[in-house]
Design a protein around this ligand. Structure first.
Ligand SMILES: [Zn+2]
Length: 450
């Protein structure tokens, strides 16, 4: 819209001059002309949709779309992990922690969507408990401030590390997020709170919920998360499902979708922690949960946990024709899982993926586009200290210096990561998927041939 300021300003001056000279009909013609110019230019600017959004690296050209078309973008990234090497890297000389440099290259993309989701795969149990990493994570609160600064505005807290430091730490984690003005889904402070949120964006109500798989029941029949028994008091505060006996839990999740809809949600998003670690295709359990959510009318599923990226897909319900977009796993957004530590390059890859839906007047919102960017964790040494920076891999390959890709070895590594992720994401799982890919997905595949 900024391009319009010049012409609108000039035309407006003529308009006021016209008024001052009592040339009313002249003025009316000018008002008409102004409105025409604004509407035509808006339409022209709004047409290229997400391709322009992504290629322009986050410039939101669509915020002021024409009056009755509402466009909303919801996006997510994968697991935000904090391994020991990262804690060491982020510790400052004065003993405090700062994680802000980790996400600086993602800010522009994050800022271009309305709801930006991240999965917090750790807890904020407090300094007095002692910071720790794998297998039971306790990260300095400063991570929350960095997440907020990155542009993430909704944090999923239901995952296999939620209960790493017990129930009180699970609740303290929420306090820290909320103090940093970050909304959360997946865990609640009390049973009086809803176990989902309804976020209103541009007048449209969007229901959001997050769930994690459980690691079975213990001998006393208590739910376990990451092998740790969840107390009876805390169990209702954590959204989870038993992947071994899912029937009852899937019904509960479907019930939550119904509640959201009766709470006026027009578009429903689930963030689900599921699947098998390091597997690049969805497990039987993932497919089962995804289909149950599709049956309930969920529009989008953002999945994580496997530490590697898995394909995306569109599920179509046989009886209702409802279409659900699912990203089975968005991989690690940030971690120290990399070839040097786990002998697996795939764990360095992540996915920024999102949907744009449009709503026309009183009609129901419609899925319009699916967009994505491969992400990659760049880790390098500076003054004997590790630097961790998540970069949008496809964009980084195009301007290496701007993303601190300093040498040929790193260049080939980020380029290989970009190729891996594009190939995996754009792998249709069925001929039906192929049809929906062609219709909705903003593809990057042709760039690989260049
Ligand atoms: Zn996990």
């Amino acid at each position: 819209m900024t391009k319009l300021f010049g012409p609108v300003f000039v035309v407006s001056i003529f308009f006021f001059l016209g008024l001052m000279h009592h040339l009313r009909s002249f003025s009316i013609v000018f008002v008409g002309l102004i409105l025409l110019v604004i509407s035509q230019t808006s339409i022209q600017q709004d047409l290229p949709i997400s391709r322009e959004l992504v290629d322009s690296f986050g410039t939101d050209t669509l915020t002021n779309a024409s009056s009755d078309t509402i466009r909303i973008r919801i996006s997510s990234v994968g697991d935000i992990m904090a391994h020991q090497t990262q804690l060491t890297a982020q510790k400052q000389e004065d003993g405090t922690y700062n994680f802000e440099n980790n996400f600086q290259y993602m800010q522009a993309l994050f800022g271009s969507v309305d709801i930006m989701i991240g999965n917090l795969e750790t807890t904020f149990a407090g300094e007095e408990k002692g910071y720790s990493a794998y297998p039971q994570f306790n990260t300095p609160d400063a991570l929350a401030a960095a997440i907020k600064k990155s542009g993430i505005n909704l944090v999923a807290t239901a995952n296999n590390h939620t209960y790493d430091n017990g129930g009180e730490a699970m609740l303290r984690t929420l306090d820290v997020l909320h103090e940093n003005k970050l909304e959360s889904i997946g865990t609640q402070k009390s049973i009086d709170e809803k176990n989902y949120v309804i976020r209103e964006v541009k007048g449209v109500k969007i229901g959001l919920a997050s769930y994690t798989y459980e690691s079975g029941k213990n001998e006393q029949g208590l739910k376990t998360i990451n092998g740790l028994a969840v107390s009876k008091a805390h169990e209702p505060l954590l959204n989870s499902f038993d992947p071994y006996e899912p029937t009852a839990d899937l019904k509960k999740m479907q019930e939550v979708v119904r509640k959201m809809k009766s709470d006026s949600a027009e578009f429903v998003v689930f963030v689900v922690h599921w699947g098998k670690e390091y597997m690049q295709e969805p497990s039987k359990s993932q497919l089962e949960v995804a289909h149950a959510l599709n049956t309930a009318g969920v529009d989008v599923i953002f999945g994580s946990h496997p530490h590697v990226v898995q394909p995306i897909d569109f599920l179509v319900n046989d009886s209702t024709d409802h279409v659900t977009f699912v990203a089975y796993s968005m991989g690690n957004f940030i971690s120290n899982q990399r070839y040097e530590s786990v002998k697996n390059y795939n764990t360095e890859d992540g996915l920024f993926v999102g949907v744009e839906f449009i709503k026309l007047g009183n009609q129901s919102p419609q899925l319009h586009k699916v967009f994505y960017e491969p992400t990659w964790v760049n880790r390098y040494k500076k003054s004997e200290k590790y630097i961790f920076e998540v970069v949008p891999a496809r964009l980084a390959c195009k301007s290496l210096d701007a993303y601190n890709i300093f040498n040929a070895a790193t260049e080939s590594r980020v380029s290989a990561s970009n190729r891996r992720t594009i190939n995996l994401v754009e792998l249709p799982l069925s001929s039906d998927s192929e049809k929906y890919f062609a219709r909705y997905l903003i593809s990057h595949k042709s760039e690989l041939a260049e």
